[in-house]
Write a protein that binds this ligand. Structure first.
Ligand code: CA
Length: 225
């Protein structure tokens, strides 16, 4: 899950980036309006959520939002705003934003809005299943046969990615980009370490692993039988 954050106050963007990454999101930050719009338009298909500050050097969040909406109606947009009249909020929503949140806000409040929007716009359930394994995005929990399984953040993010792409092969380079947020040539062997951890925690002892290795390409969780 990839987020674009356009915010010129580095204290806020740093804090949000760190918090969102801890929650398993990949976060790109732009510190001015022009760069923000460029990044958004260059990678529109890649972003699952765009968070725009209202007042930005170069170009306002409103303008960025209008330009994004010319290209893409679907990507959820949240405004961060210090303004606090109802008119301004309406103005933001008219520009095509899905939601807004007033500064100062609690991180958990923003996170809750993000999760609601991601579920709503994709029309998807927050539950992903394979056999007796259930991953719940909202509560950030994984159970097997109804029993909680402790996963690290990266294990969770990797499992979520594979489950979202159930039935398809997830290429190693794609996994490293989406789950580790690394875009340059990078040793992908770290993936194997995490796949092994997931298998150890979630495989049935007597059956083949629920995560299939596609040699030289990547991994796949097959559709349930
Ligand atoms: Ca600002």
């Amino acid at each position: 899950m990839r987020i674009l954050l356009v915010e010129d106050e580095t204290a806020i963007s740093g804090f949000l980036k760190e918090g969102l990454e801890e929650e398993g999101f990949a976060v790109d930050v732009a510190d001015n309006g022009k760069t923000g719009l460029e990044m958004a338009l260059d990678n529109l298909e890649e972003y699952d959520i765009i968070i725009l500050d209202w007042m930005l050097p170069g170009m306002s969040g409103i303008e960025i939002c209008r330009n994004i909406r010319k290209e893409n109606q679907k990507v959820p947009v949240i405004f961060l705003t210090a303004r606090d009249t109802t008119d301004d909020a309406v103005f933001g929503l008219e520009a095509g934003a899905n939601d807004y949140i007033r500064k100062p806000f609690a991180f958990d409040e923003l996170l809750a809005r993000i999760r609601v929007l991601m579920r709503g716009t994709k029309g998807e359930n927050s539950l992903f299943r394979w056999g007796d394994i259930v991953l719940d995005v909202d509560s950030h929990r994984v159970t097997k046969a109804g029993v909680n399984v402790d996963l690290t953040q990266k294990e969770f993010a990797l499992l979520e990615f594979l489950l979202r792409n159930k039935g398809k092969v997830s290429r190693r380079t794609r996994i490293i980009e989406k789950v580790w947020d690394v875009h340059f040539d990078y040793d992908t062997s770290v993936i194997d370490v995490y796949i092994n951890a997931l298998r150890k925690k979630l495989d049935d002892k007597n059956n083949a692993s629920f995560i299939e290795t596609i040699r030289g390409v990547g991994y796949r969780i097959n559709e349930d039988e």
